[in-house]
Design a binder for this molecule. Sequence first.
Ligand SMILES: [Zn+2]
Length: 641
Amino acid sequence: MIDRETIDKILDATNIVDVVSEFVTLKKSGVNYKGLCPFHDDKTPSFMVSPTKQICKCFSCGEGGTAINFLMKHEQITYPEALRWLAKKYNIEIQEKELTDEEKQEQSDRESMFIVNEWAMNYFKDVLNHDPDGVAIGRQYFRSRGIRDDIVEKFNLGFSLSKRDALDLAAKKAGYKEEFLIKTGLCIKGEKGVYDRYAGRVIFPWFNVSGKVVAFGGRLLDARTKGVQQKYVNSPDSEIYHKERELYGLYQGKKAIAKEDCVYMVEGYTDVIAMHQCGLENVVANSGTALSKHQIKLLRRFTPNIILLYDGDEAGIHAAMRGTDMLLAEGMKVKVLLLPDGDDPDSFSRKHTAAEFKAYIEEHAEDFIEFKTKLTVENVSDPVKRSEAIGGIVKSISVVDDQLLRDEYLTQLSRRLGIKEETLLNSMNGMISHDREEKEKEYNREQAQEAIQREKEGKPMAIGLHTTNEQISQLEEMLMKAIVRDGEKVMYENVATADGGTINLSVAQFIDYDLGSDGLSFSNPVYNKILQEVVAHIGEEDFKSEEYLMRHPDYEVSSVAANLAVDPYQLSKSFQMKEREGGLRQHVEHLVLDFRYFCLKEKVEELKAALKNCKDDYMSIMQELARVDSIYKALAKKLGR
Ligand SMILES: [Zn+2]
């Protein structure tokens, strides 16, 4: 476990704006920052980050919390891992104790896979730089392709020896289990035993957006590409790698993408690497297929502007046309640039400086609709083919979400083709309403299926039944909110004590005292633990409940606190004022009364049920029921129920 002192150090250094910016482009909005929410399908920025409160919150889906919560959720990591992530970012040393065998066992599969991948990346690099074969073959290959040493280092390129099980043996010698060598795809289990997937290839590691090694690409050297073997071999999909979710170069390029507010899409690793070497860093590649929805959303978090950069041959044109409607539908602004004379981004960037390349792109990149029109309609004289092609373009325009942009495209198209705008508009509206109908049909189908499923499982159709139990847990949460946010605040001043003195009664103390007098407690054990801790610390100088709890080393406590400390209204001053119009005191008093009322109501129900089933304890249950019932009725009267 990481000690409290180190946690404090890490959290003091942490700035949530920095942390979220690693994954989302944020723009200043008043005192806060805003960006697209990474947790739901967000089209308008609804993710708020507050630097003063050091919390973030999505106004649409409700996800959020502290920097720690954000990392845990976004990166699917544990609390200690999130702390380590931050420690690494802010260069804070954590004294890690040696893991016992038991603790090693407990590390999850995912963690083990990341660890073995990280080790393998370093192993491949080490071979490239120090092994005689690695230097002679691998290093020589990169040099012959004109890739500078600093770029080799930046992309952590490596080399896998041609001996069929070199990595396998080295990994096992270093203590890594075969299970994870297979699961990550580094090795393959065949009839003749375990062998390395990338033997004899140069290695391109794939990083996910946060910098973890999720996969590898291995390329055969030029001299050996003839024959049956594949030129490129990539990691198979695994628990930590989904091909359609990752983009090569995003990790190395994300800062530049946000800064330039534009991303270049290219086809291969070597295009990405060559462009970096030339000085253009806002570039990504995927693995040769059309962009998936996941990849588009990932990019959309950093910029809405994408320029497709391909070579001008048939394949390049095909690549540029593929999947673009999905880009448009996701709200991306798409431009296309086909490079001249058989150049690809790799070769073009070698012949030009970054400034020249950029200027060329600015001058020649075409809006996608314009590009598609030129390519598919102009110079086509066959009326049937021409009309089909126009339909294809109108279809592309129809998926654009932004109505103003859609209209603009249509006007341009009408001018370019000399077709009445009205005609195009009618055709487009037909497509839009057809789409909408299809979506509605699909939605209805899903609803119907869900209803059938609920009936099968015997669940009630109506949702939102308010049972006593639900009321209790809702009130518990509201009380807990008061304890987390305002626990240390004074509710009553100068309350007389039994020994003749006076004390100030804080919110937490009041709640603790009031529930205690009825013998009530929270049904959630963590809530009771939090209340007791806050009460125990009240009176300490500068004690602030929220701050103390959010930095608690017990993750259960800190995550409950963080979840309660933030809600959509936390960031809005006007709501806070409204909530407290009646004052904190009335608010808490009312909550406690309500809570007691429902707890007693539940107890009365329980006792009545017990009475029905009891055999010999009749009298004592009756007495208890009478006692609880009288308190309950008195409370009900007080509350006007
Ligand atoms: Zn959201």
